[in-house]
Design a protein around this ligand. Structure first.
Ligand SMILES: [Zn+2]
Length: 386
């Protein structure tokens, strides 16, 4: 929903928690013309929501030694990109490592205001996924495990019950049995890093899986043309797919085809960002791995062209889908916000009178750029404009 900024009550310098709910202009909630040059010069939307973010601004959420105050600073940097809430994502590692990552993230969430407001839970991506080459992506295959509810419950205890999304490979032993156990615990289940055949994808959906994690990535390059894990998920209308719209994880024409298959109702944008996001080119970590952020917002394993997460930002992904496919602004923001919230059982936007999550945008020739963000009583100006 695009809202004319004139309809928002003037905020005090120090910010206020109980901002008067904006009253949209008549018709403002209607879809606006999709061409960016017909957007207002300035407008406001709800905050963005990233379901998959492994780190930001030099801070690695998969590093158990990360300092909570550094996690807080990274959240503030992420906030400047328009993301008001997120699921920090812990990738495959041994139990001790993963549990310590969650404990560190919880120290930040419980000890610092911006982390507390922004961390809406966690995404557990592994270890119940495929160890096969290609399908495991950059995850360490030696730590992949069969489905194991006890393992999950012990991790969930370390995360104080905050794991809201788990990505699994349904063809792995025990995972089809694990899925309904996770659903019963209020956890959303996604399929990813999976080599499942068509029948197994269907069984996972029957068991309760509802999301495809970064569809089109975490697969081997040679795929059977008639029965492969991408086609089966594209074809299944019970699955909402997340996509990394950086032009690298999926080439533009490929993502364009996938968007047509999933339709706007079943599309979510995520970054899969890393410590290299919002930072300079150079070497960072993703758990125990070294990763290299390029000049472009691309992250490789050192000396290779193997992707290891991304360094794109969610506002960039919004601009990309608008620019590449003419997606209307309100729809693109919905894919990067309301649709993500709904997937993990949150309301599509904060209820009227609740703590505010607003993003002020400025329209430019290069598309809409974030100008300011208000999250609860924190209001900040943002990163450089195009
Ligand atoms: Zn992944």
């Amino acid at each position: 929903m695009l809202i004319n900024p004139d309809c928002i009550e003037l905020l005090h310098q120090d910010g206020i928690r109980n901002t008067h709910p904006a009253t949209p202009l008549p018709g403002a909630a209607k879809r606006m013309d999709h061409q960016p040059d017909t957007l207002p010069d300035h407008f406001v939307t709800q905050g963005l929501f990233d379901l998959q973010i492994n780190g930001f601004a030099g801070v690695d959420y998969n590093d158990p030694e990360a300092l909570p105050e550094h996690i807080e600073a990274s959240m503030l940097a992420m906030l400047a990109t328009g993301v008001t809430r997120c699921l920090p994502t812990v990738i495959t590692a041994d139990f001790a490592w993963q549990s310590r990552c969650f404990a560190t993230l919880e120290s930040a969430r419980n000890g610092f205001p911006v982390a507390n407001a922004m961390i809406a839970g966690y995404h557990l991506e592994g270890p119940f996924m495929s160890p096969e080459p290609g399908y495991c992506g950059c995850h360490p295959a030696e730590f992949m495990r069969p489905g194991d509810i006890d393992y999950f419950e012990r991790l969930q205890a370390c995360a104080n019950g905050q794991i809201r999304l788990v990505t699994v490979a349904p063809e792995r032993p025990g995972v089809l049995d694990l899925i309904p156990l996770l659903i019963r615990r209020g956890v959303t289940v996604a399929i990813g890093h999976s080599a499942a055949d068509h029948e197994t994808i269907a069984r996972a959906v029957d068991a309760g899986a509802s999301v495809s994690t970064h569809l089109g990535n975490g697969v081997a390059s040679p795929l059977a043309k008639g029965d492969n894990v991408i086609l089966s998920q594209l074809a299944n209308d019970s699955l909402t797919a997340s996509f990394i719209a950086d032009g690298v994880h999926l080439r533009r024409h490929v993502l364009g085809i996938y968007l047509r298959a999933k339709t706007p109702e079943r599309t979510v944008l995520v970054t899969d960002g890393t410590a290299g996001s919002g930072g300079k080119p150079g070497t960072y970590t993703l758990g125990k791995m070294k990763i290299e952020r390029q000049q472009q917002p691309i992250v490789y394993l050192p000396g290779t062209t193997s992707l290891a997460g991304s360094a794109t930002t969610l506002d960039e992904c919004v601009r990309n889908v608008i620019s590449w496919y003419g997606i209307p602004m309100d729809m693109a923001v919905g894919w990067a916000g309301a649709s993500a919230r709904l997937l993990i059982g949150l309301p599509s936007e904060p209820a009227s009178g609740e703590a505010v999550e607003w993003v002020w945008w400025k329209n430019t020739r290069q598309g809409p750029y974030v100008e300011q963000v208000q999250l609860h009583n924190t209001r900040i100006g943002t990163m450089s404009m195009a």
